[in-house]
Design a protein around this ligand. Structure first.
Ligand SMILES: NC(=O)C1=CN([C@@H]2O[C@H](COP(=O)(O)OP(=O)(O)OC[C@H]3O[C@@H](n4cnc5c(N)ncnc54)[C@H](O)[C@@H]3O)[C@@H](O)[C@H]2O)[C@@H](O)CC1
Ligand SMILES: Nc1ncnc2c1ncn2[C@@H]1O[C@H](COP(=O)(O)OP(=O)(O)OP(=O)(O)O)[C@@H](O)[C@H]1O
Length: 694
């Protein structure tokens, strides 16, 4: 490095005026089995030997020349290789590759074409290791700094998803984070029970292994039973805007010695990187004129560090799968941040969720670092289901000391001259689930009909349609709000109609309900109101909106959220964010639930008849779970108080969606095409019993 030039000047001198480098890496993990022991031809531990087995099996059998050729497709090459009993770690000209017997982790930066090489990777596994099927695939990357420099299929996320979808079945693509800021793309396909088929057209199964298969039980017969630890956790710290002092350390200064491995060792000491994991076997490399990469091995885990020190695109990444418990994640983050002194950084913890793992605790344990302010903290559940056990905790026990109303008082504002069924379905479903009391506040002509449907309901004819001169808007609103002291949860919309006076009244009632901090469920015509006046509900986290496909689109339009460039399933998170943390339940072939931070998916089997009114049932169910959430926090019964009030809308929505689908499934099973919404209501009791009753 020239002594009297700034780093910028050095870059321009060496690389030219327009030089930039894409530091953020593409990361691919392909698992061919859950552990090394599930791979054919593995050498199993000698019973008398405490030492780990010499696991040169599976993918580790593939020779270096094959990998060299393979990496040509990625457009990078091998600089150095280290290994231990568990894996081979390749340091690449553009990042790293880790090869275990049962999985490969390939991480490449710049304009490498990682996915292009994927079919060849599957072919190598099949041809040389008898690994014809994969068990888990994970591909991720941060949004690129310079996307226009990438080549196919990395030009944009949709292309990458299409590429992966063509190769593997059942993939799921996600975008996490701010679309107009830092965000991540993830694609994953996994199947804990079965192996995934892949469709690599170039793959041909060699005839001599035509009949070879390796179901887990077949392998298990060859050795003592093993407990497969499926826990897998990766921590990634991505840093930009590194300090000038830090950057200068990653330039090659000929006066200090050679670049390459020798330079790498120098950098490890100069920066303190060698102290991150002092016990690690470290392989580091200093590029000429600048840049640094390192792989570190600790037992069966690894870490890697890659640094792009050009000031115009400065970037450093640290990634590890070395197990860290929730409490000590902060220690490693602090150490890494102290070494690189970034202006901005983000931490991603990717964890497979097994057992009773407390993800909330993990997320909360990631604290703010002195000198930084936190912009975002997202917990994203990928195809995960919130613990049924958690929902069960919200359900009030049936105790002799309780009195009328404590298990839930639900008020439905809806019901007009045109629609009387909707408010009935909604309120009656709340009773069927277990709420003690349900009121319907409706227009007088609807009141007569609804009273006739069910004497269990309390029907108040307080609402007025336009042209009805009997009552002013103010009187209507005051009458309804007079019920609030007796209400736990308010549902607005079923059968309300689009009459101006009815909608104006609903608007006033929602505003008053917010002042009283009442949980709200808004559906049907209530959503029509919101689509025209989103400000009524924006930033009120106690509200849940339950749009069907048409209503969802209208809400997105109202909030200016466009499908272009977004994955269809990401829209809900964006809508939740746009509404400032309101929970959205997007109903359809599968239901998605999001508050803008988390997304739950409910794809349990439902019935095949789409009769009107099922959405109304759902509102009654959500409201009852919400009311139980309030009773939980009022400590109506003894419990450990482990569920936070902020979790309730997501949990209540999830519980209601699963229950609704089960009601629809079982009613359809009995009645087929003749099934009616009222048949589904009759299934609420048995379905609840099946899913949630202890
Ligand atoms: N028995 C009853 O009294 C019922 C009354 N309902 C009430 O009827 C009023 C109007 O509700 P709508 O749902 O008709 O109004 P929407 O504005 O949701 O629907 C408008 C149009 O979109 C169509 N549509 C709805 N869901 C769709 C989907 N998933 N895919 C494609 N097209 C779809 C509808 O058929 C309708 O033509 C509301 O007040 C509602 O509460 C409904 O809740 C159904 C039952
Ligand atoms: N294609 C589908 N497959 C399975 N379930 C579905 C499908 N479409 C909707 N549902 C379920 O039906 C219920 C009602 O959703 P729908 O989209 O019909 O709402 P809605 O139009 O608001 O209903 P309503 O008729 O009460 O106004 C939800 O629980 C949803 O999960």
């Amino acid at each position: 490095m020239s002594d009297n030039l700034t780093l910028d000047e050095v870059d321009i001198e060496v690389f030219g005026q327009n030089y930039v480098f894409e530091g953020p890496e593409k990361l691919l993990e392909i698992w061919f089995g859950p552990s090394p022991d599930t791979i054919p031809n593995s050498l199993f531990p000698n019973d008398n030997d405490d030492k780990p087995p010499p696991l040169k099996t599976g993918l580790r059998l593939v020779e270096r020349v094959i990998w060299n050729k393979f990496l040509e497709l990625v457009k990078c090459e091998v600089l150095n290789v280290i290994n231990n009993d568990y894996m081979d770690a390749y340091l690449l000209s553009e990042s790293s590759m880790f090869i275990y017997p049962h999985k490969i982790i390939l991480k490449t930066c710049g304009t490498t074409t990682l996915l292009v090489a994927l079919p060849r990777l599957l072919e190598i596994a099949s041809e040389y290791c008898h690994l014809h099927k994969v068990w888990r695939v994970f591909y991720s990357r941060k949004s690129f700094m310079f996307p226009e420099r990438q080549s196919h299929p990395h030009k944009n996320w949709n292309e990458e998803v299409k590429f992966l979808d063509q190769l593997f079945e059942n993939g799921a693509a996600y975008t996490v984070g701010k679309i107009n800021g830092d965000h991540w793309f993830l694609w994953l396909a996994s199947s804990p029970d079965e192996f995934l088929s892949h469709n690599s057209s170039r793959l041909k199964e060699p005839s001599h292994i035509d009949t070879f298969s390796y179901p887990l039980d077949e392998i298990d017969q060859k050795k003592p039973p093993i407990i497969i630890d499926l826990e897998d956790q990766t921590i990634e710290i991505l840093m930009t805007e590194l300090s000038t002092t830090t950057l200068s350390k990653f330039y090659h200064n000929p006066l200090e010695g050679e670049s390459g491995t020798e330079g790498g060792v120098r950098i490890d000491q100069k920066t303190g990187l060698c102290n991150l994991y002092p016990e690690a076997q470290l392989d580091s490399y200093l590029f000429k004129p600048c840049g640094y990469s390192a792989n570190g091995l600790v037992g069966d885990s690894y870490f890697n560090v890659h640094v792009t020190p050009e000031p115009i695109c400065s970037y450093a990444s640290f990634e590890t799968n070395i197990p860290v418990n929730s409490g000590s994640i902060m220690d490693i983050i602090r150490q890494v941040i102290a070494i690189f002194e970034p202006g901005k950084f983000s931490v991603t913890v990717f964890k497979t969720q097994e057992g009773d793992f407390d993800k909330k605790f993990l997320v909360e344990s990631i604290d703010v670092i002195d000198g930084f302010s936190r912009k975002d903290r997202i917990l994203y559940e990928l195809d995960a289901k919130p613990a049924i056990e958690k929902i069960r905790q919200l359900i009030p026990p049936l105790l002799p000391e309780f009195h009328k109303g404590q298990a839930g008082r639900i008020c439905v504002v809806g019901g007009s001259e045109e629609y009387t069924g909707a408010p009935y379905f909604s309120s009656f479903s709340a009773l069927k689930l277990g709420a003690d009391i349900a009121f319907v506040v409706c227009e007088p002509t609807a009141a007569l009909a609804i009273k006739n449907y069910a004497p269990d309901l309390m029907v108040h004819p307080y609402m007025r349609q336009s042209g009805d001169t009997g009552k002013s808007l103010e009187e209507v609103i005051n009458n309804v709000t007079g019920l609030f002291p007796r209400t736990h949860v308010l549902i607005v919309g079923p059968g309300l109609s689009r009459d101006k006076m009815m909608l104006e009244s609903a608007k006033g009632i929602i505003t008053k309900a917010k002042e009283k901090n009442l949980p709200l469920v808004i559906d049907a015509d209530g959503l029509f109101l919101i689509q025209n006046h989103p400000e009524i509900i924006k930033d009120y986290p106690k509200a849940i909106l339950t749009p069907n496909i048409v209503e969802f689109k209208r809400l997105c339009d109202a909030m200016n959220i466009k499908l272009e460039g977004n994955n269809k399933d990401d829209m809900i998170g964006l809508l939740g964010q746009a509404f400032g943390g309101v929970t959205i339940v997007q109903k359809g072939q599968y239901d998605l639930i999001s508050n803008g931070k988390e997304v739950f998916k409910v794809d349990d089997k439902g019935g095949l008849k789409r009769c009107g009114g099922q959405g109304d049932i759902l509102t009654g169910l959500i409201a009852t779970f919400l009311a139980w959430g309030s009773a939980y926090h009022d400590k109506l019964w003894q419990h450990d108080n482990s569920i936070s009030p902020t979790e309730i809308p997501m949990l209540a929505s999830y519980a209601a969606c699963t229950l609704m689908r089960e009601c629809s499934r079982s009613a359809f099973e009995k009645f087929g095409r003749a099934v009616q919404t009222s048949d589904m209501i009759n299934e609420i009791g048995p379905s609840f019993q099946k899913l949630y009753e202890r």
